[in-house]
Every structure is written in structure tokens, then in C-alpha cells.
Design a protein around this ligand. Structure first.
Ligand code: ADP
Ligand code: MG
Length: 389
């Protein structure tokens, strides 16, 4: 982790003003994949990788944005913000400013520096953490109080999601921004994507979140994502033709599939089976954590991976290998592919005392079998976005 004192002094040297500094974490999803757009459940945890955002007011009406990761600084006019994205990293912070301005917040000139230790673009949601850290910083410099009844954590998450959807132009769900804003130390968060209600589920202190990057992301992901969504929607339409109260697969049951699955294409039926059973597993996983039943949690993670791989066909050879190679390693509680699919990271819940050996063994096995050296991180569930004193 970057020393916040160094981050502060760099902001001061660059912009001749002391910053107020905020941190917003990245995240890993423990279970609940492709359930968000079916208005279902996800269960992420915030992790101990974060983006820092330092902010100080300016008197010249300009907005200066500097990313230490990119070593790059850009200037904008607070009174004349760009109306659209420019396919540059500044789209993320600017999108947040634009959405907050659209909500009626009077945005003054400011200098903003950001820096993060979340590996960019590897599925741990550096983008949401930039958005959430920026949002806290911009609220502060604009004189708005947070959290407050006018701006709760869930509301902030929604605004940051809108920045990514509407300004950046990335079609992401609410999970990443929600957990970055509302995560709690040593807890996972069961989120109901329908109404954004949530409950925390404790992760025992002796359990590490080991995140293993397969180092592959297959380019089919974009196109496959579109087909999967269409297949899920087609399955939902079949069920809704019999039960009109079913608006999303969140409302459907395994019994519905048994009764009307024959009216679906084989692929639609499989995708729907994944989504419907994944919702059940995700809620069950939160219950297992609440009871401290780690064996049950591990079993649910294994089922979730099999469902993601076989029914949803959202995995890939490398991710299946990473999950398989973890199975007999000492300390493993559960392993599965996490994130949007077709590559990315696996999440392994591992007994803390075995975590270091686990990382070395898994890394060695994967490198030997796949021919790629993976990046593997030992993480812990961390608190949500906050101000650094
Ligand atoms: P992920 O969210 O999984 O890390 P994304 O592609 O959604 O991957 O977001 C990564 C993008 O977010 C980067 O390409 C960059 O534009 C922006 N970003 C993330 N962290 C920073 C940072 N510290 N400074 C500037 N831009 C950042
Ligand atoms: Mg992202």
C-alpha cells in the first residue's frame, strides 16, 4: 500500500495545496455470477487494495486531474465540463463529476490526484474504486456532507454506476460500486440487486481471500456476454408466458424450469438453470457464513463453479484448470471463477495459516500446466470507502 503521507505530500508539491484524502476499495465476488441483471443476489467483499483520491479547492475555476498510476495530468473547466467520454482514464473521474453536476451539485474548481494499487483491468474493479473515491472527494470539495440522508452509501453507489454506464459507456451492474462504497471489514455483503437491500455475513479471521489471476481474458467475452443475456431473457419470457408475475429470473424457480424447460432452447434452459440455482446458492452461502459453516460454503462454491462452467459456459480452460489445481491443496475451503467470465481471476477461500504455501503451490502448478506465471494475491475483507485522517 502506498504511504498516504507520501501521497499527500505529492499532491501538495504538485498543486500547492493540502489535500483531503479518501480511499475506496476494490472487490472480489465470493458467489453470485450473472445474477445481477436478473435482479438477483451477489455476495462480494471489499478487499485491501484501494484507490486513494486527494482533493483540494482551486480558485481559477479549473478541474485538474492527475493519476499517479499513469503519471498524467489533465485540465478541464468546472463550468464547461466535457459532455461525453474521450476513451481516456479521465472518463472515470469526469463521469462522476458530470453525474453529480447533473444531480444539481454545484461543482467548484478543484485539483484531484488519484493513485491505486488494484491491478488495473484484472477484474478487481479498479474502475469502481476510482469512481467511488472521486465521488467522496468531489462531495467534500463541494461542501456536501456524506453520508447523510440526502446521500447514503447505496445512493452514492448508484450515482457511480450511472457514471460508468452513462458517461464512460460501460454496461456494468451495481455490485462493484455498491461494495466499494458499503463494504465492511471482515465481512462479505449479500446484496439484493432488486432493491439494493443488503446484509453483512462475517468472514472468520482465520480465512484468507486468495485471488488467483489466470492472466487470460478471452476476446469472445463481449459477444458471448450478449448471447448469454439474450438466452437468459428468452428463458424468462417462456416462464413469464405461463406466470406473468415473473419479470426476471429472480422470480423464477427450479420447478418452473421442470415444467416449461421443454419450450426453451437447450442453451436457454441451461443458462436459466445457472441463474436460478446461483441465486439460491448465493443466499445459502450468506447463511453458511452467518452460521460459521465453512464446509457448506466450500460446497456451494464448488457447485457454483460447476454451474458457471457447464450450464452457463462462462468459464474457460485456464480458469477450470486453476480451480481444479486448488482442490487438494491444504487449507482450501472453496474455489471458483469470479467475475464476468472467460478468464480473469479465481477466488479461493483458504485457511490463513496455509495461505502462503497455497499461493506458492497453486502458482507452481498453474505455471507448469498452463505455461503462464499467474499473479496470486492474499487479501482480506476490508471496510468500504472512507476519509483518511
Ligand atoms: P477493472 O475495473 O476490472 O480494474 P476496468 O477496465 O473496468 O477494469 O477499469 C480499468 C480502468 O479504470 C483503467 O483502464 C483506467 O481507465 C481506470 N483506472 C483505474 N484505476 C485508475 C487509476 N489509479 N488512475 C487512473 N485511472 C484508473
Ligand atoms: Mg471495472
Amino acid at each position: 500500500m502506498h504511504d498516504p503521507a507520501v501521497f499527500r505530500s505529492e499532491h501538495l508539491a504538485r498543486f500547492q495545496a493540502e489535500p483531503t484524502v479518501f480511499a475506496a476499495p476494490g472487490r472480489v465476488n465470493l458467489i453470485g455470477e450473472h445474477t445481477d441483471y436478473a435482479e438477483g443476489f451477489v455476495m462480494p467483499a471489499a478487499i485491501n487494495f484501494a484507490t486513494l483520491a486527494g482533493i483540494s479547492p482551486r480558485s481559477d475555476g479549473k478541474i485538474a486531474i492527475y493519476s499517479e498510476n499513469y503519471g498524467e495530468e489533465r485540465y478541464f473547466e468546472a463550468a464547461d465540463l466535457p459532455a461525453k467520454a474521450s476513451r481516456h482514464w479521465t472518463d472515470y473521474p469526469l463521469g462522476v463529476v458530470a453525474i453529480l453536476a447533473g444531480e444539481g451539485l454545484a461543482i467548484p474548481g478543484f485539483s484531484l490526484s488519484v493513485w491505486g494499487d488494484i491491478p488495473l483491468g484484472s477484474g478487481l474493479s479498479s474502475s469502481a474504486s476510482v469512481e467511488v473515491a472521486t465521488a467522496l472527494a468531489v462531495l467534500e470539495v463541494s461542501g456536501a456532507s456524506y453520508p447523510s440522508s440526502a446521500m447514503t452509501g447505496p445512493m452514492l453507489a448508484r450515482l457511480c454506476q450511472r457514471a460508468e454506464n452513462e458517461f464512460v459507456g460501460a454496461n456494468c451492474g451495481i455490485m462493484d460500486q455498491f461494495i466499494s462504497a458499503n463494504g465492511a471489514k471482515d465481512h462479505a455483503l449479500l446484496l439484493d440487486c432488486r432493491d439494493l437491500s443488503f446484509r453483512l455475513a462475517p468472514i472468520p479471521a482465520n480465512v484468507a481471500l486468495v485471488i488467483a489471476n489466470t492472466m487470460v481474458k478471452h476476446s469472445v467475452a463481449g459477444g458471448e456476454y450478449t448471447t448469454r443475456r439474450a438466452e437468459v431473457e428468452a428463458a424468462c419470457a417462456v416462464i413469464a408466458s405461463h406466470r406473468p408475475e415473473v419479470r426476471f429470473l429472480r422470480d423464477a424457480t427450479v420447478q418452473d424450469l421442470n415444467r416449461w424447460g421443454s419450450e426453451m432452447t437447450p442453451n436457454s434452459l441451461k443458462r436459466a438453470r445457472h441463474v436460478i440455482t446461483e441465486n439460491l446458492r448465493t443466499v445459502a452461502a450468506a447463511d453458511a457464513l452467518a452460521k460459521g459453516d465453512l464446509a457448506e460454503l466450500g460446497r456451494l462454491m464448488a457447485e457454483a463453479h460447476a454451474s458457471y462452467s457447464k450450464d452457463f459456459e462462462g468459464s474457460c480452460a485456464e480458469a477450470d484448470t486453476m480451480v481444479a489445481l486448488a482442490q487438494d491443496l491444504p487449507g482450501l475451503i472453496g474455489a471458483r471463477l469470479t467475475g464476468g467470465g472467460f478468464g480473469g481471476c479465481t477466488i479461493n477461500l483458504v485457511e490463513q495459516s496455509e495461505a502462503q504455501d497455497f499461493v506458492e503451490a497453486l502458482g507452481g502448478r498453474y505455471a507448469a500446466q498452463v505455461g503462464i506465471v499467474p499473479q496470486i494475491h492474499i487479501c482480506h475483507a476490508s471496510g468500504g470507502a472512507h476519509r483518511l485522517e
